[in-house]
Write a protein that binds this ligand. Sequence first.
Ligand SMILES: *Cc1c(COP(=O)(O)O)cnc(C)c1O
Length: 224
Amino acid sequence: MSIGEVYNKIKNEIPENVTLICVSKTRQISEIKEAYESGARDFGENKVQEFLEKYDNIEKDSRWHFIGHLQTNKVKYIVGKVHLIHSLDSIHLLKEIEKRYASKNEIANVLIQINIGKEATKTGIAVDEMDDLINACEECNNVKVRGLMATIPIGDDESSSKYFAKMKAIFDNLKNYKYKNISMEFLSLGMSKDFSIALENGANMIRLGEKIFGKRDYKKQEVI
Ligand SMILES: *Cc1c(COP(=O)(O)O)cnc(C)c1O
């Protein structure tokens, strides 16, 4: 199946309220355009430099999701260009986003990324650090938290389901509170191998790379 056929097949299988993000990291402009021609508008990138090169070459009605770890010194490059930052994971980063977006009079829409599996190798905030981050978000003027994101530990379906359910519980709990600048609208969970389980557990944003574009070849990454 072509990229467009796979995109349309998945799009037809998932509920209408679910945002399907085509994770285009390492992919060529031509491949992204193929998805775009089939109707895809939401694209995910995890590196600022790569994102910027693609941003200039893809139709402007596309919505770019920044899904990788965001270094504070790179925030200034993405202001006004990214639809949603999925990876707010520290107060330090929050303050930089607030500062850079304020200076350009822009609003940053972000998801808080949670390290739900407590994995040492992964970014994302620990559940018990959430309160401090939420308090800091309430102090902002140019940052709006729109939901939560996680990548879960590798495991079988049962393990995946358990972590997704934990995320859904945190999401639902936060919905009960009226925090300034914080609304729980988007739950970004699920990748190529586990998106069906994520959907069963209440995800309404899924991030699919290989499922749509085929296997990634990181050696090709430089040639875009
Ligand atoms: C690469 C990536 C994805 C997509 O992974 P696939 O397994 O190709 O679907 C999703 N989310 C994040 C944060 C990623 O870095």
